[in-house]
Design a protein around this ligand. Structure first.
Ligand code: TYD
Length: 217
């Protein structure tokens, strides 16, 4: 059995990772290729807990006022969720010949947790080390978008913003993502200009996926 491809979509909040995972999934399915679309935080037990924390829904017993989770605690939870996600969902599908499209992976941990730590190189190294046992993707697509464009897209979403969705942090994240390849020198990372319309971005993504599959687009 030939294993499926493991493809990751990354970028700041509002860059379009969820939309483009879904579109790419539809396009591969239309070609008759088995594909499973998934996301991190995952829908497993640790991922569900993380989503509660991100939206401020965790009540601290016996504690008055709000508690802001530390970047190190969040990095640890995201790393645990990732290993659970790999074991329960990603690796079994790949082994069965099903390709995985994953909305965010450990690049998000290195970007978000490092930036929320204050941005030091030591934090980035530690987060990478925490994720050392995370299988490497075959292709990572980073959707590069101007923070103002992404803020406009986030503004039209329903629901309250998550803890990382501040304009200041998103500007730092966009800068971090633009050079993230330096921290993952062995990965196949491709940057996509995501300031364009959806069709233009989808075509650029398709070109990279076709190249991975050894086809012309
Ligand atoms: P997001 O894709 O925005 O989920 P949704 O669109 O369903 O709300 O992901 C949730 C947030 O979690 C996002 O702001 C990025 C952040 N995040 C990290 O900080 N570290 C990580 O390792 C991952 C996977 C996500």
């Amino acid at each position: 059995m030939i294993e499926g491809h493991f493809i990751v979509m990354e970028g700041i909040d509002g860059s379009g990772t969820t939309t483009h995972c879904a579109l790419l999934g539809d396009r591969l399915t239309a070609k008759g290729l088995p594909v499973h679309t998934t996301r991190e935080p995952s829908d497993g037990p640790v991922g569900v807990l993380i989503r509660q924390i991100l939206t401020g829904r965790v009540v601290v017993p016996g504690h008055r006022g709000t508690h802001a989770p530390s970047w190190a605690m969040m990095a640890t939870l995201f790393a645990a969720d990732r290993l659970d996600h790999l074991e329960a969902e990603i690796v079994p599908n790949l082994t069965d010949g099903v390709s995985i499209l994953c909305d965010r992976y450990d690049y998000s941990s290195v970007a978000y947790q490092t930036v929320s730590s204050g941005g030091g190189a030591e934090a980035a190294r530690w987060v990478r080390e925490l994720n050392r046992r995370a299988r490497r993707p075959d292709l990572t697509l980073v959707l590069d978008v101007d923070p103002e464009v992404a803020a406009g897209r986030r503004g039209s979403r329903s629901g309250s913003p998550e803890i990382y969705e501040t304009d200041v942090m998103q500007v730092e994240l966009a800068a971090f993502y633009s050079t993230i390849d330096e921290l993952f020198p062995d990965d196949r990372i491709r940057h996509i200009d995501a300031n364009r319309d959806i069709e233009g971005v989808a075509e650029a993504i398709w070109t990279e996926v076709a190249a991975l599959r050894g086809e012309s687009p």
